[in-house]
Design a protein around this ligand. Structure first.
Ligand SMILES: Cc1cc2nc3c(=O)[nH]c(=O)nc-3n(C[C@H](O)[C@H](O)[C@H](O)COP(=O)(O)OP(=O)(O)OC[C@H]3O[C@@H](n4cnc5c(N)ncnc54)[C@H](O)[C@@H]3O)c2cc1C
Length: 383
């Protein structure tokens, strides 16, 4: 039975570990739950479209990732885990001026093209006017003049999905160490990880350390893996208003709204590239998020402020995930770099790398995501 150590227990590491356990491997996750863990902060949007428009290499991964969600939920259900916060609620891409109304036409065309190419998750598409948009999301501003509604968009509560994966992993014999760890290398191979003052031997080791992956990579002489990009968002409550079926609202900037039962609204989010690993909540960011949210939905002014969240997105040098074996260490694997789409794609990426580790051919070609694609040291270790 193969022994695998996974460094990092965010959504990517946990889904990878769970799939390994489903394959019959012995798995230990090492996770120190840093403040700024992206999974704990993530909004939870599984959108109709995404940031990959034009990045062809990612599309097969994305398509398969969305098809995988129901499959993963079904497997978790077999393990008795039903509380994942996943639901198909639809999404409104809203337009507030002529330019954005024209842009909606492009978005609709792209959605139709994607759906024809097998992206079934986009679902039914319809154009609605401002009043039609407000029927879906009653608090929307009168300035909203039109919207594209995509019925298949979904939301997930990443904290609950992560907790479900962790419990399911443990039910299958996997171990979870709430501790810091580092990779131990010798003779061109990973020996295991060092944690709590001892070596935990492993046949394979995975770095799934989110925005901290680069720190571990640099220590090992591997190229830059993923840098942190801070995101801050606000959780609001609308006592007495049932928000459980309200759709996701996407603006044309980085702002969005998203609802959860029974009366929660999430307003996001900043994209702060120079944050480093500082996971502070800042006044300016919260001001900017609330200003965008209230412009889009002025009725939120009466909402209660319930929580401020901040997380560090793991952004790779070329914006696409880093998945596969490190160039010169055949038993050291990487699963990181999902930036702002890790809740959408991360569970599937983790599953693909797990398949690779147990010698099963991944269902999607992982060569575009190989760690060795970066220039410079390109995976060549310094020692
Ligand atoms: C504000 C915000 C909103 C977002 N919204 C969305 C969204 O709506 N949809 C979407 O698809 N994505 C979204 N994302 C992106 C998504 O959250 C991330 O891409 C995803 O959670 C990354 O998961 P991960 O497992 O790679 O990293 P993380 O969740 O950050 O987990 C990494 C873990 O590794 C641990 N770790 C690191 N180093 C070590 C070590 N040496 N030893 C032990 N443990 C270690 C850390 O403590 C951490 O727990 C959002 C992100 C943010 C910040």
């Amino acid at each position: 039975m193969q022994e695998v150590a996974v460094l990092g227990g965010g959504l990517v590491g946990a889904s990878l570990a769970y799939r390994l356990a489903c394959h019959g491997a012995r798995v230990t996750v090492f996770d120190r739950a840093d403040p700024g863990q992206a999974t704990a902060a993530g909004a939870g949007i599984l959108p109709p479209l995404d940031h990959f428009i034009g990045v062809q290499a990612v599309l097969p991964l994305l398509r398969a990732a969305r098809q995988y969600y129901p499959e993963l939920l079904a497997v978790l259900a077999q393990d008795g885990e039903l509380d994942t916060g996943y639901d198909v609620v639809g999404a409104l891409q809203v337009a507030t001026n002529d330019l954005e109304l024209a842009e909606l036409t492009h978005v609709e065309r792209e959605c139709v093209a994607r759906r024809d190419a097998g992206f079934a998750h986009i679902g039914e598409l319809s154009r609605v006017d401002g009043a039609g948009a407000r029927k879906h999301f009653p608090l929307l501003s009168q300035t909203v003049r039109g919207a594209l509604y995509a019925a298949g968009a979904a939301r997930v509560d990443a904290r609950r999905l992560l907790a479900a994966l962790r419990r399911a992993l443990q039910k299958r014999g996997g171990r979870w160490q709430s501790a810091s760890a580092e990779v131990a290398l010798a003779g061109g191979r990973a020996l295991g990880v060092l944690s709590g003052g001892r070596l935990w031997p492993a046949d394979s080791v995975v770095i799934a350390a989110g925005a901290w992956s680069a720190l571990e990579g640099e220590r090992l002489g591997l190229p830059l893996l993923a840098r942190p990009q801070r995101g801050q968002l606000v959780h609001l409550e609308l006592p007495g208003t049932d928000t459980s079926r309200w759709p996701i609202v996407l603006g044309f900037g980085t702002h969005y709204l998203l609802a959860f039962p029974p009366n929660r609204i999430v307003a996001g989010a900043t994209r702060e590239d120079s944050s480093g690993h500082d996971a502070s909540v800042t006044a300016g960011a919260i001001h900017a998020v609330l200003e965008s949210a209230l412009r889009l939905a002025p009725g939120l002014a009466r909402a209660r402020l319930s929580e401020l969240r901040t997380g560090l997105r793991p952004v790779s040098p070329d914006g696409t995930p880093i998945l596969g074996a490190a160039a010169l260490y055949p038993n050291l694997y990487l699963a990181t770099g999902h930036g702002g789409y890790g809740l959408e794609v991360g569970p599937y990426s983790g599953a693909l790398v797990a398949d690779l580790i147990v010698g099963k051919a991944p269902a999607v070609d992982l060569s575009p995501f190989a760690p060795s694609r970066f220039p410079g040291p390109a995976g060549v270790p310094a020692r």
